[in-house]
Ligand binder design. Structure first.
Ligand code: PEP
Ligand code: MN
Length: 339
């Protein structure tokens, strides 16, 4: 059960409510986000919600039987719009295009990717400064200094920064320079990290775990929301299956399912999803057609020289074409929606 509270609810009104709900045998968790105050009731008993709905201090009460509650579409039919400032949004009804290298490598590289984004009207740039690598000997990123440099260049050009946070201690130091904290596939169920990101007033994009189910992705998002942060984006990036011909198996089925289950925006990462440069555009466009609200893909001035993930990275000419196709396909999809 989700009880949406009035912003001006008094302490005694809240106490009355909690007592009433506890009395029915429901355990209550209080949630306070940037946008609202909620009481989450967990219990099994059938209840007549009218008894509670008439009490003082309530906006509305909803029965949500899913394991995840606050990210469920069952109580909030209106899609969540994540506002990154400067009129840049990740939300249903728009198509977010996010591109950039796997890893931030140098000032020169940052300048060339930022220029590529500006030329192609791409408003969000991705790139890792803290890199989760399967091998400890691989390039692990430029760290905070790299992020600061990136921020100076991107901010001046009006480009938003999407970058991975790997551990709780990085959240605060990254905060001034980040627009979207990315939670990587390997950290998708790092519940301490998710809890701490709940305390931050900045957007968080959660990638699906390498072997994570759709339900688990939604539960991870529930951690952040119930921690206090509603600015959430879900990302399908492929899962580990028995198939070895592609890096991962991009689960496009997840897109309409996530959109049906949750009010959060959903984006697709075809680069990690298939892991093969030549097939990234096809899978990106398939992602658009499956109902995604955005596409995030890797690009680099010379992909063959990229420090990481070059094999799945587009060059700028390919990226420019793909960005155009993504927008055209999205316009076509909107046409279908009207039929
Ligand atoms: C990345 O975006 O470069 C990355 C490491 O992604 P994932 O966490 O999906 O593997
Ligand atoms: Mn990568």
């Amino acid at each position: 059960m989700i009880i949406q509270l009035q912003p001006d609810i008094s302490n005694s009104q809240k106490e009355n409510l909690i007592q009433k709900v506890n009395g029915i045998g429901y355990k209550i968790t209080e949630v306070k986000t940037q946008l609202g105050d909620y009481l989450i009731g967990i219990g099994k008993k059938e209840i007549d919600i009218r008894q509670i709905g008439q009490m003082d201090g309530i906006i509305d009460i909803h029965i949500v039987s899913d394991e995840y509650k606050l990210v469920s579409k069952k109580w909030k039919a209106k899609p969540t719009s994540v506002d990154l400032g400067d009129n840049i949004f990740i939300k249903e009804g728009e198509m977010a295009v996010i591109t950039g290298p796997c890893s931030i490598e140098s000032e020169e590289q940052i300048r060339s990717v930022v220029a590529h984004c500006v030329e192609n009207d791409i408003k969000m740039m991705r790139g890792g400064v803290f890199k989760p690598r399967s091998s400890p000997y691989a390039f692990r990123g430029l760290g905070l200094d790299g992020l600061k440099l990136w921020y100076e260049i991107a901010h001046e050009a009006g480009i938003k920064i999407v970058t991975e946070v790997m551990q709780t201690s990085q959240i605060e130091e990254m905060y001034p320079y980040v627009d979207v904290y990315q939670v990587g596939a390997r950290n998708s169920q790092n519940f301490n990290l998710l809890d701490e990101l709940g305390k931050v007033d900045k957007a968080v994009m959660i990638k699906r775990g390498i072997s994570g189910t759709i339900e688990e992705l939604l539960q991870s998002a529930e951690y952040v929301f119930s921690g206090g942060n509603e600015k959430l984006i879900l990302c399908e990036r492929g899962i580990r299956t028995y198939e070895r011909a592609s890096r991962n198996t991009l689960d496009l089925n997840a897109i309409p399912i996530l959109k049906a289950k949750s009010h959060l925006p959903v984006i697709v990462d075809p680069s990690h999803g298939i892991g093969i440069r030549a097939y990234v555009p096809q899978m990106a466009l398939a992602g658009v057609m499956s109902g995604a609200d955005g596409i995030i893909y890797e690009s680099h001035e010379v992909p063959e020289k990229a420090y990481s993930d070059g094999q799945q990275t587009l060059d700028f000419a390919q990226s420019a074409r793909l960005a155009g196709w993504i927008r055209e396909s999205f316009a076509m999809r909107k046409g279908f929606d009207l039929l």
